[in-house]
Design a binder for this molecule. Structure first.
Ligand code: AMP
Ligand code: ZN
Length: 466
């Protein structure tokens, strides 16, 4: 069956096709850089990575824009407390975010955009909204009059008909019960940084940046817009109100929202203090690929409960797959091809593809992989897996890893102790002695991947960390 996604806007699973040819134009709400992100945030970004990779596996090209919110209430408060400019304060967290996504092997979008680099574009958009009658001014700030946009509520499926017209809200984040006219441009307050635009000295509200930057780079109607479920209201509802008031066209065709990462039944969040950053977990010697696996293994629309047992289970799963790959690489299989196992591979590939086509059901896709590994391992034990079966088995494993990307050990995550390294070297020497050169080479390769370089000398093997 075709590729399909659950669309928050229609509340249905729909077949996906881009509007223009083969290119998917996609926008993702990126981080607010006021601190390190936690692994809850990273769950949402991992979902986007799986989405990117699967779209490409299905033959699409991507034009994907992600923003960095580098002006907002918390940033202004924290920067002022540290006597830093916004740029100085956010630079550290932008870099930390880039490091985190690189460690987790998350692909870069085609374009990064920063709010502070689009202030004039935002001021222009607000001016156009004013011309069209969607705004009003109060105490120097400009507000969006939601009563003038009849579709307000269509994304979050709330009936806002009873709202008090003219009630306003200045803060960037608020909940559903609080649907009110939201701020587009905030007049400068004492001591706050400000930009001078025709709207007067001030700064943009949070919501306008995404409408403006998404449409500037991707056009008036996007194929996909993603974010965490908490962004549905008010942020994405407000993006629709702004964008569609500006263009009169549908802003986004498919809205995809990732469920939250939970800890003990509560959403992982900065304010509850129940969070881990990626750095916290790496400091406890969990590898990035184990964390990536745990974040990706539960389908994105299901809540995911974070536990250390879950991380351990992820590590075991990855080990099983790596051992299987090693067996494929090093075992001696009898000549010939077992046609039944070729069919088994086709079946596994079809099941894997169908699972991901079905709104990215990663759990079922992984089940298809592990059933295949179990069956072919048994076939190897029984001598039924033949040399001619290895290419298709490798192909399937490579297909899997193009999406999940967990097979290669991270260099920094190796965490091999000196004793571990010595044990590996002993294993290699033993393999050489028994003339199993393939195994010996594999050990050298594995160590190299983990940053350990071997040197054979007359006195024996020397090693160093690269
Ligand atoms: P923020 O930097 O707060 O704007 O959040 C960045 C992204 O992380 C947004 O898409 C949020 O919806 C998402 N997010 C925040 N908390 C969680 C959580 N506990 N689990 C999953 N995603 C989250
Ligand atoms: Zn956004």
């Amino acid at each position: 069956m075709a590729l399909r996604f659950y669309n928050t806007l229609t509340q249905e699973v729909e077949t996906f096709a881009p509007l223009h040819g083969n290119v998917v134009r996609m926008y993702t709400c990126g981080p607010t850089v006021y601190n390190f992100v936690h692994i809850g945030n990273l769950r949402t970004f991992t979902f986007q990575d799986i989405l990117r990779r699967w779209l490409r596996a299905r033959g699409y090209e991507l034009d994907h824009v992600m923003n960095i919110t580098d002006v907002e209430d918390k940033i202004i408060r924290n920067a002022a407390a540290e006597h830093k400019s916004i740029a100085e304060y956010t630079a550290i967290y932008v870099q930390a975010f880039m490091d985190d996504i690189a460690a987790l092997r998350l692909e870069q979008p085609e374009r990064w955009v920063k709010a502070t680099e689009h202030i004039d574009d935002m001021a222009d958009a607000i001016e156009k909204l004013r011309e069209r009658g969607y705004t009003y001014v109060s105490e120097g700030s400009v507000y969006y009059r939601i009563a003038n946009f009849p579709g307000y509520g269509k994304l979050s499926h709330n009936d806002f008909s009873g709202i008090r017209a003219g009630a306003r809200v200045d803060v960037d984040e608020y909940d559903k019960a609080d649907a009110r006219d939201f701020v587009l441009w905030k007049a400068q307050k004492d001591g706050e940084p400000a930009w001078l635009t025709p709207l007067g000295p001030g700064r943009p509200g949070w919501h306008i940046e995404c409408s403006v930057m998404a449409m500037k780079y991707l056009g008036e109607t996007l194929d996909i817009h993603t974010g965490g479920v908490d962004l549905t209201f008010p942020h994405h509802e407000n993006e629709i109100a702004q964008s569609e008031a500006l263009t009169g066209k549908p802003f986004v065709r498919y809205w995809l929202h990732a469920e939250h990462l939970f800890v003990d039944g509560q959403k992982m969040s900065k304010s509850l203090g129940n969070f881990y950053t990626l750095r916290d977990l790496l400091g406890m010697s969990y590898t990035p690929e184990v964390i990536r696996y745990q974040l990706a293994a539960v389908p994105y629309r299901r809540k995911l409960n974070f536990t250390f047992d879950g991380l351990k289970a992820a590590a075991t799963s990855i080990d099983r797959l790596r051992n299987y790959k090693l067996r494929l690489e090093t075992a001696k299989f009898a000549d010939g091809t077992n046609e039944k196992l070729i069919e088994r591979t086709h079946f596994a590939t079809a099941a894997f593809n169908e699972a991901l086509d079905n709104d990215l059901n990663t759990a079922e896709a992984l089940a298809a992989v592990f059933e295949y590994v179990r069956d072919t391992n048994s076939a190897m034990d029984l001598g039924e897996f033949l040399a001619g079966n290895t290419p298709s088995a490798f192909e399937f494993l490579t297909h899997f890893d193009r999406v999940f990307e967990v097979l290669k050990p991270s260099a920094r995550a190796a965490g091999l102790s000196d004793v571990d390294v010595e044990a590996k070297i002993a294993e290699r020497s033993a393999a050489k002695k028994s003339r199993d050169f393939a195994r010996a080479d594999q050990v050298r390769k594995d160590l190299a991947e983990q940053g350990i370089i071997l040197e054979d000398t007359k006195e024996g093997v020397r090693w160093k960390r690269s």
